[in-house]
Design a protein around this ligand. Structure first.
Ligand SMILES: Cc1cc2nc3c(=O)[nH]c(=O)nc-3n(C[C@H](O)[C@H](O)[C@H](O)COP(=O)(O)OP(=O)(O)OC[C@H]3O[C@@H](n4cnc5c(N)ncnc54)[C@H](O)[C@@H]3O)c2cc1C
Length: 392
């Protein structure tokens, strides 16, 4: 891959709205991505392997539990810093950001918000340092957009729970030390359980042949009469609202992350267009390429404003699920469209691994589907504004 010359676009001077801490956190993540992600990511994506050597670096930049309090090993940052870290990581690769999102919002957050003090002390510091990696099991083979139909279940056996079922499409599962698993009890109520690697009957086969998020490991979770200690139940919240609360936090991070992927595609296309000479002049001097680039920076700027305002609302505890849905949906679509346009600006070079654009484009095909599909987020907005839920 080429040297990383990335310069972040900031057309509306949004930096002026950031605190010194925001900028420090953002810049540290940006430098780490340039130093530790850019030089290796293309190779790992090509061979479809998660680069485990980056786990320590992700922990150091605060990507594991950015907003989890320091007493539990987290970085104790606000929601805008969390968003900026996700933006910078996804500027490098959506698969790496997925690993960080899952660890923070889908594993650490439920343990922090719904767990006991013993569970917090036992797991959170190790997850924050990367000593433990976690995954989140909600989706099942027959229940994706409709997780309430899940069949994974557990029965009370007196001194333990007996867990049976299967989860599909689980990020980090092939190497995770623990899994936060959502399953129904005998009354059909959804609860979260912490399942540890090594428990008898628990396996995590990897899913191969993905054309997207190739540098992120995805797999299944299979539970065949797994004896789960009773103290591994998350007691603080149950029902579908419990996993959906985690998804709110992860989707918020995605709304920022997608901006990173879009910025990288725009920056690459702008630089290429200025350098590439055809018909005796840079292609950047042609109206058609200017239209593409001008629309890209407009859409990035709108997405940045959306994310920033959502971050303010989240800091105040006022961001609604529907507002988060709108930002996730808008910003991922914005990024995927920019990736497609940017690829064309590079002509044939756009399809090679010399540049990051094609990898971003393929990655975003997962990002637009996971954590609630593009359609479902539209329906969440529709339900919110009309009062009629069209997807149930
Ligand atoms: C790479 C990757 C990583 C993932 N990581 C995780 C993870 O870590 N943990 C986890 O639990 N899950 C994970 N997922 C799963 C992801 O969240 C699901 O794929 C997603 O929720 C969609 O479910 P599905 O694939 O079963 O599609 P389906 O729900 O079958 O949807 C298929 C299509 O039908 C549409 N559709 C569904 N219902 C309606 C409706 N009512 N009205 C209109 N259209 C509808 C959808 O929008 C979609 O276009 C991951 C997925 C991928 C691809």
């Amino acid at each position: 891959m080429r040297p990383d010359l990335f310069e972040a676009p900031d057309y509306y001077n949004l930096d002026e709205l950031l605190s010194e801490e925001h900028k420090l956190v953002r810049d540290a993540a940006r430098q780490w991505v340039k130093r530790d992600i850019t030089p290796i990511i293309e190779e790992f994506a090509q061979k479809a392997e998660f680069p485990k050597q980056i786990i320590g670096g992700l922990a150091e930049i605060g990507a594991f539990g950015p907003y989890i309090p320091v007493e539990y090993g987290g970085a104790g940052l606000d929601q805008i810093s969390y968003g900026l870290i996700m933006q910078e990581i996804e500027r490098g690769d959506s698969g790496v950001r997925s690993t960080a999102s899952v660890q923070s919002s889908l594993v650490m957050y439920p343990i922090f918000a719904y767990g006991t003090e013993e569970q917090r002390k036992k797991y959170l510091p190790k997850l924050a340092s990367g000593e433990y990696m976690g995954c989140f099991g909600l989706t099942e083979p027959d229940h994706g957009s409709n997780p309430s139909g899940m069949v994974t279940n557990f029965k009370d056996k007196g001194d333990h729970f007996l867990l049976n079922g299967a989860k599909l499409w689980i990020s980090n599962s092939p190497f995770a030390d623990i899994a936060v698993v959502w399953a129904k009890n005998e009354e059909g109520r959804i609860h979260g359980l912490i399942v540890e690697r090594g428990m008898e009957g628990f396996s995590t086969p990897e899913t191969h042949n993905k054309w997207s998020l190739r540098a992120s490991a995805t797999g299944e979770l299979i539970f065949d009469n797994v004896r789960v200690p009773k103290e591994n139940l998350l007691p603080g919240k149950n029902g579908l609202g419990a996993p959906l609360g985690c998804l709110d936090s992860a989707r918020y991070g995605i709304a920022w992350g997608a901006i990173g992927a879009a910025m990288d595609c725009y920056d690459t296309a702008l630089r290429y267009a200025k350098e590439r000479i055809q018909f005796g002049k840079p292609i950047a001097a042609t109206q058609l390429q200017q239209k593409k680039l001008a629309e890209m920076i407009t859409e990035i700027t709108k997405a940045q404003l959306l994310a920033f305002r959502l971050g303010q609302l989240k800091n105040e505890g006022r961001a609604t699920t529907a507002q988060i849905s709108m930002a996730k949906r808008n910003n991922v679509e914005m990024a995927i469209k920019i990736a497609r346009e940017a690829r064309q600006v590079l002509g044939g070079m756009g399809i090679t691994g010399e540049y990051s654009i094609m990898r971003h484009m393929m990655n975003l095909e997962s990002v637009i589907t996971y954590e609630g599909t593009h359609d479902i987020h539209l329906l969440i907005t529709g339900a919110d504004i009309t009062g009629h839920n069209a997807f149930k």
